[in-house]
Design a protein around this ligand. Structure first.
Ligand SMILES: [Zn+2]
Length: 372
C-alpha cells in the first residue's frame, strides 16, 4: 500500500515520502493537522512491528520530574485502571520489546510485537497511559514513584523513600554519575542539559503535585509528540485508529515550547573540580579522575557527527588506539576511555582517565594536545 504526498489519510497529511534502499522501506513523514502530532512510518514486510511515542521533555530543575512521570504514567490510565497495567500486560503479551526511557531531553515509549492483535493492544495501552494517566486523580502515584516521607517507628528520624528517589540515590553513590552530573552542569550552564532529567536525590523531594501535573499537561500533548511506526501493518487502519481514539481529542494550541536552546561557546576552556565520597577506611590513592569534554557543534549536522563518532573510535577504542595508547604509556592513569555522545542537540566528545592522581592534571592535558 503506497501513500501519496500531500494527500490526507484520517487527518494525517503526507509531507514527504521516499524509498530507503538500505532498509528496504518506504518512509513517510506525516503530520496530524488538527493535533500537530508528527509521525514517521517505515513501511516494509518485516512482521516485527514497532510503535513508539516520544515527547520532548527538557527539564527545568533537578527534581527528576521527567523520570518520575515516565514511571507514573505506567501506573494506570483511563481505560486500564489497574495498578500496574504493564506488568499484567507483559504476562500475556507476545511482545519482542517493551520499555520506557527518560533521556536528558526526551521521553520515549517504544514497543514491538510480531502479532498484529498483540501489537494493537500494546499500542493502545501506551497511548492511553501517556494521554490519560491516573496521576491527576491519584496523588499517591507521585508519592509512590517519586518520593514520600518514611518512618518505621515513632522514635525514628523521618527519611525519604520512593521508587525513583531510591533508584537515583543508588546511581548517585557512584563516582561516574557524579562526574557526569558535574560535567553537564559545566558544559551547558544555560540550557536544560544542565539539569539531571533522572533527578538528583537532594532535589527530588522538592517536586510538588502541582509541578508534576504541570509538566504532564505541558509536554504530553500530541503537538509535542513524535510517533514512530515500523513494519508490515495496515497503515490506513492504524492512522484511522490513532486519529479516532486519541489525536482528534487534542487541538493544537501552538503554545508548547520545548525547543532545546543552544549553549554559546565559552571564551576559554572551563575547569571544574569536584569530589565524591569513598568509605571512611578506604585509601584515596589513585582514585582521581581527569576528563576533557568538548562540545562539537550540532547533532543535526549528520556528516560531522558521523565523522566524530569514527574519530572517537579510531583515537580511543581498542589497544592500539593512538591517543589512548599515548596516555596509558605516559602513566597518567590506569584506565583511559573515550565517548562521543551524539544524542544531545550539541554532541560531546570526551576523553576520560580513571585511576589517576591530582598532580597528573597538566600531563593529561598536554599529552592529549601533543598527540592530536
Ligand atoms: Zn527509573
Amino acid at each position: 500500500m503506497k501513500l501519496d504526498v500531500n494527500k490526507q489519510y484520517s487527518g494525517f497529511v503526507i509531507r514527504q515520502a521516499a524509498y530507503i534502499d538500505e532498509i528496504q522501506s518506504e518512509a513517510y513523514v506525516m503530520e496530524h493537522t488538527y493535533s500537530g502530532a508528527r509521525l514517521l512510518y517505515l513501511g516494509n514486510n518485516d512482521d516485527n512491528k514497532v510503535f513508539s511515542i516520544s515527547f520532548r521533555t527538557p527539564p527545568y530543575d533537578d527534581t527528576g520530574v521527567a523520570h518520575i512521570l515516565e514511571h507514573s504514567v505506567l501506573c494506570g490510565s483511563r481505560k486500564y485502571r489497574l495498578k500496574e497495567p504493564f506488568v499484567e500486560l507483559v504476562k500475556g503479551s507476545m511482545n519482542t520489546f517493551l520499555n520506557a526511557m527518560t533521556y536528558p531531553d526526551k521521553t520515549m515509549y517504544p514497543v514491538a510485537s510480531r502479532n498484529a492483535k498483540d501489537f494493537q493492544n500494546l499500542m493502545d495501552v501506551y497511548l492511553d497511559a501517556v494521554f490519560y494517566p491516573l496521576i491527576y486523580e491519584n496523588p499517591y502515584t507521585l508519592r509512590q514513584e517519586g518520593w514520600h516521607y518514611n518512618i518505621e517507628a515513632p522514635t525514628d528520624a523521618l527519611s525519604y523513600n520512593g521508587v525513583v528517589y531510591n533508584e537515583m540515590k543508588g546511581l548517585f553513590s557512584s563516582a561516574d554519575a557524579l562526574l557526569d552530573y558535574e560535567a553537564m552542569k559545566a558544559l551547558f550552564p544555560d540550557t536544560p542539559y544542565s539539569f539531571e532529567s533522572g533527578g538528583h536525590p537532594d532535589a527530588i523531594p522538592e517536586l510538588t503535585q502541582e509541578a508534576f501535573e504541570h509538566f504532564h499537561t505541558t509536554y504530553y500533548s500530541p503537538e509535542n509528540s513524535f510517533i514512530y511506526l515500523y513494519g508490515d501493518m495496515d497503515i490506513e487502519t492504524t492512522l484511522q485508529y490513532l486519529n479516532d481514539e486519541y489525536l482528534s481529542g487534542f487541538k493544537r494550541t501552538g503554545a508548547v515550547n520545548s525547543e532545546i536552546p543552544l549553549q554559546n561557546a565559552f571564551a576559554r576552556t572551563q575547569e571544574v573540580l569536584g569530589t565524591y565520597p569513598v568509605g571512611a577506611d578506604e585509601a584515596t590513592e589513585d582514585k582521581t579522575y581527569h576528563e576533557l569534554h568538548i562540545v562539537t557543534g550540532d547533532a543535526r549536522d549528520v556528516k560531522t557527527s558521523m565523522a566524530l563518532r569514527v574519530l572517537e573510535s579510531v583515537l580511543l577504542e581498542g589497544n592500539s588506539a593512538p591517543l589512548r595508547l599515548a596516555l596509558l604509556q605516559s602513566g597518567v592513569a590506569k584506565d583511559i576511555s573515550g565517548s562521543y555522545a551524539g544524542n544531545y542537540r550539541q554532541p560531546i566528545f570526551s576523553i576520560k582517565a580513571a585511576g589517576s592522581k591530582p598532580e597528573q592534571r597538566d600531563k593529561f592535558i598536554s599529552i592529549i594536545y601533543h598527540t592530536l
